[in-house]
Design a protein around this ligand. Sequence first.
Ligand SMILES: NC(=O)c1ccc[n+]([C@@H]2O[C@H](COP(=O)([O-])OP(=O)(O)OC[C@H]3O[C@@H](n4cnc5c(N)ncnc54)[C@H](OP(=O)(O)O)[C@@H]3O)[C@@H](O)[C@H]2O)c1
Length: 252
Amino acid sequence: MITVGIIGSGNVAIHLVKAFLKADTVTITGVYARNCSALRGLVEANLVFTDANDLPRADVYLIAVSDDAIDEVSALLPPNARVVAHTSGSRPINSINVNHNRGCFYPLQTFSKSDVVDFSEVPVCIEAEHPGDLEILGQLAHTISRSVSIVNLEQRRALHLAAVFVCNFTNYLYGVGFEICDKAKLSPELLKPLINKTAGKIKNMTPYEAQTGPALRNDRTTIEAHLQMLQGSSREIYQLLTQSIQHERHKL
Ligand SMILES: NC(=O)c1ccc[n+]([C@@H]2O[C@H](COP(=O)([O-])OP(=O)(O)OC[C@H]3O[C@@H](n4cnc5c(N)ncnc54)[C@H](OP(=O)(O)O)[C@@H]3O)[C@@H](O)[C@H]2O)c1
């Protein structure tokens, strides 16, 4: 049995708690959060702590707080864990206080509290200051995920950057598309099969192979008509992405 303490009550912390509660070979010894309301009904009250010093001993403490708070929060934690790991895609493990054996447990997924997440499909990227600690982090990750990789800081930062493109920017573009539909008095629901198909296509094709559209075909009249319909940052994004696709394909 592996024991774990969770720090935080945000998007990632809540999903980690839910996943570990379902795992047979993990026990959550405690959750430390300055604001416990999100944990109500999820974790037994006697496992929730608002003073970090009360957090019980565990094999691993997982710090799932805002990137900028990792340093400060890790300094509050008692020396009660073999490894203390954060969940950030971009922060080095030395952003954790030097008094701990430091590590990273980065779940490569987008987490929102209200969303349902199947953690078995979430790749977990681990790193440890002391190579011996990779074993316990790996064991812990395998209790909830089928995909566990040892990833160094440079690689993790590259993954995080890639994730910003494929997730955060893509999601922003969904919003632009929804707004265009709203303005034309169309339901954004009409776009959802297209969104699902676009994401689904790359299961069997590369993004290069899956690309379609006016930029790829160099349909100049259509591109000009689209630009006439846009203003502000959406127009600039359209122009930049069109140029980028055309540069890749036609070296224009
Ligand atoms: N969300 C994702 O999709 C995602 C994916 C992978 C990795 N991550 C990483 O996971 C970590 C947590 O992200 P998140 O999305 O879960 O963030 P979040 O939902 O914004 O939650 C942040 C948590 O940090 C706590 N916190 C912030 N400053 C604090 C401080 N000074 N002292 C104590 N607690 C503090 C917040 O407490 P309050 O509620 O009291 O403010 C909250 O519990 C980050 O390192 C992030 O990079 C996020």
